[in-house]
Design a protein around this ligand. Structure first.
Ligand code: ZN
Length: 206
C-alpha cells in the first residue's frame, strides 16, 4: 500500500510540472491548514487532496463511492472531534463548509441539511481554487490520464475565552489514515507561525 501511495504522489507531483498553481500543493499524503484566531473567532481552512480522505479523486459513480463521500463529509462536519480545544478556552463549533470541484454540495452537506445552502456560501475565495474550478468545471484536473481533485474545508469555532487558547490538538490522522502530514500556518494575536503536523506530533501550539 505504501508503495502505491508513494507512486501516486510522485505521479501527481510530476504530472503538474509547471502549470496549475492550483495543484502545486497537490501531494497525496499532505494537506495544508491555515489557522487564524481573531477575537473569539477561530477559523480553520483546510486544503487537501481528496485522496487523503477517500479512495478516489473524481465524481462518485457508484453507491459505494457516494457513501464514502457522505461518510467523509459526516466526519468533517463533526469537526469538534477532529480539532480538540483546551476546555478552559470554552470553544464551540460554529460552522463547517465543504467544497470540492468534483463532489456535489448535496453529498458534502451535513446530514439532514438542505443542499442548497452549502453551495454558494462555501465557495472558496482562494485564487488557486477558482483557477482549478474554471479549468475543470465538470471534474478534476486531468493530465496524463489521471484525475486529481482537492477538498477545501472552512471550519469556524467560537471561543468565549480565546485568550486561554494556546494549543489545538488535531486528530485528523486517526480519522483519515492516508493523511500523513499537515502543513500549518497560524495567525494568532500578535504573531504568525508555521508548523508541520504528523501522526506523532499532532498539536498546534502558539
Ligand atoms: Zn491526486
Amino acid at each position: 500500500m505504501k508503495n502505491i501511495v508513494l507512486f501516486v504522489a510522485v505521479a501527481c507531483a510530476s504530472a503538474f510540472g509547471r502549470p496549475a498553481s492550483a495543484h502545486e500543493a497537490h501531494e497525496h499524503g499532505t494537506a495544508r491548514l491555515n489557522l487564524s484566531v481573531e477575537g473569539q473567532r477561530v477559523e480553520i481552512k483546510l486544503e487537501t487532496p481528496l485522496a487523503n480522505l477517500i479512495s478516489f479523486e473524481h465524481a462518485p459513480s457508484t453507491d459505494a463511492q457516494k457513501k464514502e463521500v457522505r461518510d467523509m463529509a459526516a466526519a468533517l462536519h463533526k469537526a469538534d472531534t477532529l480539532f480538540i480545544f483546551p476546555a478552559e478556552a470554552r470553544c464551540r463549533l460554529e460552522k463547517v463548509s465543504l467544497e470540492s470541484e468534483v463532489l456535489s454540495a448535496d453529498l458534502l452537506a451535513a446530514a439532514g441539511a438542505s443542499a442548497g445552502l452549502a453551495g454558494k456560501d462555501a465557495i472558496h475565495k482562494g485564487a488557486s481554487h477558482k483557477d482549478a474550478a474554471e479549468k475543470a468545471p465538470a471534474g478534476g484536473k486531468e493530465e496524463g490520464g489521471e484525475t486529481h481533485a482537492d477538498l477545501d474545508a472552512e471550519i469556524t469555532f467560537l471561543c468565549d475565552n480565546s485568550e486561554n487558547l494556546k494549543r489545538i490538538e488535531v486528530r485528523m490522522f486517526a480519522q483519515f489514515p492516508d493523511l500523513r502530514e499537515i502543513e500549518v500556518q497560524t495567525v494568532t494575536p500578535g504573531r504568525q507561525g508555521a508548523a508541520e503536523l504528523t501522526p506523532q506530533s499532532n498539536v498546534i501550539g502558539w
